[in-house]
Design a protein around this ligand. Structure first.
Ligand code: ACO
Length: 336
């Protein structure tokens, strides 16, 4: 493919969630929590969990990718590269992109895993965009997929984190824009490791000898730990900030946004962000009540559902924004 001056765009989008619905009441049977506490603080009513052992993030990605390819009018053989964003890879290594490529029947196609948590889809999009614009690859399959349900602790000790997360996948085919004005107009990414331990999974860790001990297991170091209040504070400050940067780069104001697809970590965070930016609820995607936080999957999952429901279409200005563990955060503006 020749280097192209054109922008990259989403040629097709898809999603998949497992069939097992887990309500807040279901969780309250496992730990000291309640539907009222969860809904009031997070907006989450239910989430999806994998049906049985043996289903990894790459398995959830397969149907999402097939849906995205169909939406793009492409076949699996048209994929030139895979980017897989996840914080819950099937296994520590190799990356889930390799598993996915094999499951899709794509021997030899390069596969890159991106480990940027809730901002993973946007980091992946920036790489896909650069590849497409530079003429390196024509069709990049960009995936965000997570299986959280096997990695959180369903006890009183783990309840602050366990109630937040769900399993799911979203995928997009990124390729060259063909119409005037179409494509990715701006992208801003940030990271600040001073907050790394505010939301992290400590072990197993290559920094420790040995990486995992019975004591670490006893202490629950293999489960995510979160300083919720600190994450909340940063998210409500950094998301509006980065959105203003991205809108400024794109040369548009919040009024020109047709659809806002924020990362789904907490309904209250997104409502506060929307209010700060002056973007109405009617233009904002909220699906956290049904899926919880599916981390790297939330943006493609939300955009796919919204597109299918007719809330956006070719020509729409879509704003995407995320904040998460790292800390990492980012925003992008794309005309579909
Ligand atoms: N059910 C019932 N009670 C609970 C639960 C639970 N699931 N979890 C904690 N509590 C208790 C606490 O123990 C505490 O009790 P205490 O007052 O007796 O000490 C009380 O509820 C209040 O806890 P807080 O942590 O102060 O609750 P807060 O109002 O801060 O809400 C929440 C917690 C919802 C986690 C909020 O801080 C939040 O959403 N933070 C942002 C989280 C986030 O965005 N995380 C994901 C980023 S995504 C990524 O990168 C992977």
């Amino acid at each position: 493919m020749q280097p192209s001056q054109t922008r990259s765009t989403i040629l097709g989008i898809g999603h998949y969630v497992p069939t097992k619905v887990v309500t807040n009441d279901d969780l309250s049977k496992l730990m000291n929590t309640s539907d009222e506490w969860i809904v009031q603080r997070t907006g989450i009513r239910e989430r999806r969990f994998i049906e049985h052992s043996g289903i990894g993030a790459s398995d959830l990605a397969v149907p999402a990718c097939k849906m995205a390819l169909e939406h793009a009018g492409l076949q699996t053989k048209d994929v030139d590269a895979i980017i897989f964003a996840t914080l819950s890879p099937d296994h520590n290594f190799p990356g889930s992109g390799c598993f996915l490529g094999h499951k899709l029947g794509l021997p030899g196609v390069p596969a890159l895993d991106v480990r940027n948590q809730c901002t993973g889809f946007l980091y992946g999009l920036s790489i896909a965009d650069a590849w497409v614009r530079a003429g390196v690859y024509r069709h990049v399959l960009l995936v965000g997929a997570e299986v959280h349900s096997t990695g959180v602790e369903f006890t009183d000790r783990g309840r602050d984190v366990a109630v937040l997360f769900g399993d799911g996948a979203g995928a997009a085919v990124i390729g060259a824009a063909t119409r005037e004005g179409q494509g990715l107009r701006s992208m801003r990414l940030h990271a600040d490791g001073s907050g790394a331990k505010d939301l992290w999974l400590e072990a197993p860790a290559s920094a420790y000898i040995p990486r995992l001990t019975p004591q670490m297991l006893e202490d629950g170091k293999h489960y995510p730990q979160m300083n919720g209040k600190q994450v909340f504070r940063w998210a409500t400050e950094k998301m509006p900030e980065v959105v203003r940067e991205a809108l400024g780069d794109a040369g548009i104001g919040p009024d020109a946004v047709d659809l806002f697809v924020p990362h789904q970590a907490n309904l209250r965070i997104n409502q506060m962000v929307g209010q700060k930016l002056g973007i109405p609820e009617a233009k904002t995607v909220h699906n956290i009540e049904r899926y919880g936080n599916t981390t790297a999957a939330t943006i493609p999952l939300g955009l796919s559902e919204a597109w299918k429901a007719g809330r956006c279409d070719r020509g729409s200005n879509v704003l995407m924004a995320a904040f998460g563990s790292g800390y990492t955060w980012g925003a992008a503006v794309m005309t579909l």
